[in-house]
Design a protein around this ligand. Structure first.
Ligand code: CUA
Length: 316
């Protein structure tokens, strides 16, 4: 029977905490599909033979409906589909909800390569290094066109856009090197748009990320850059850091999953995309109870500065 199992052994190495479950649901859906192909084809051939016309004047029986059969072919496939949906959704839900305190790395896609920046400001290109056994959250954006960040061994993939942030997270479970692909056709060198994921021990990661002698040594950590800009760009005039209400809402604890209410009656959480939008186009979603007086910073901050402000707000 082993050869049957080997047929299903086409997936890349399982490198993250959910890889086994992703493969399990993938194999389950494949197995159900293969079973259906054979079962339906077999029954179809059998009926074609069994109910073939046996004499030139034979007439087809006139059957309008059959409630029992119709119920069976509705209920059973529904149960099977809900079963597949449930396991798929369970993993998807986990993938869309990164744990609080996950290590964050900023990812920037460009034609044609990947840049990474760690929490302490260290920047690398073409290689992402992460510690084994710890959740890592990637906050991703693109310098130009749409790219897609794909690590088959981690079973994660997410599109990367210019102008907003997308994210993905995973917990690597084994040390080693894994290939990162761009999986959205993005121009002539799309197929060369690769990077390496290096999963290392916790100690090796600390050494790596704190290595100041390297060419890509940290200049200034994003959160510190954000702190500087907070003063330089005069955010301080209207946004307090201690929770007190000035012209605008305080930045204290602003990053949260508790929805904020806006002047237009809608509500939403304060995440990376909300912060970016509110800095670039402050009038779009004004927090309820505050005047729409903030000037727009569109075109006045580069991507690195924007990432810095976001990183700083998360520390408050
Ligand atoms: Cu970037 Cu394909």
């Amino acid at each position: 029977m082993n050869w049957i199992l080997e047929l299903f052994d086409y997936m890349p190495v399982e490198g993250s905490s959910w890889a086994g479950r992703v493969d399990w649901i993938n194999n389950l859906i494949t197995a159900i599909s293969v079973f259906c192909i054979f079962a339906i084809t077999a029954v179809m051939l059998f009926f074609a033979w069994k109910y073939r016309r046996k004499s030139p004047d034979q007439k087809t029986a006139y059957i309008t409906h059959n409630a029992t059969i119709e119920t069976i072919w509705t209920v059973i496939p529904t149960i099977v589909c809900m079963f597949m949906f449930y396991f798929g959704y369970e993993i998807y839900h986990e993938m869309r909800n990164p744990p609080v305190g996950a290590r964050e790395v900023n990812v920037e896609g460009f034609s044609w390569g990947w840049n990474f920046q760690y929490e302490n400001g260290k920047k690398t290109s073409g290689e992402l290094v992460v510690p084994v056994g710890e959740p890592v959250k990637l906050i991703m954006t693109s310098k130009d066109v749409i790219h897609s960040f794909f690590i088959p061994a981690m079973r994660v993939k997410e599109d990367v856009y210019n102008g907003n942030y997308s994210f993905l997270w995973f917990t690597p479970t084994s040390i080693g090197d894994f290939r990162i692909f761009c999986t959205e056709y993005c121009g002539t060198s799309h197929s060369q748009m690769l990077a390496n994921l290096k999963v290392v021990s916790k100690e090796a990661f600390d050494d790596y990320v704190n290595d100041k002698t390297a060419e890509d040594a940290p200049k200034i950590p994003p959160a510190e850059l954000g702190k500087k800009l907070y003063a330089q760009k005069a955010c301080v005039t209207c946004h307090s850091l201690d929770g007190s209400k000035l012209v605008g809402p305080s930045f204290k604890g602003i990053f949260s999953n508790t929805p904020h209410e806006f002047e237009d009656g809608t509500s939403g959480v304060v995440d990376e995309n909300y912060i970016k939008e509110s800095v670039m186009y402050p009038q779009k979603k004004v927090v309820k109870g505050y005047p729409p007086v903030m000037p727009a910073f569109e075109g006045q901050l580069n991507d690195e500065e924007m990432a810095g402000i976001i990183a700083y707000m998360k520390t408050l």
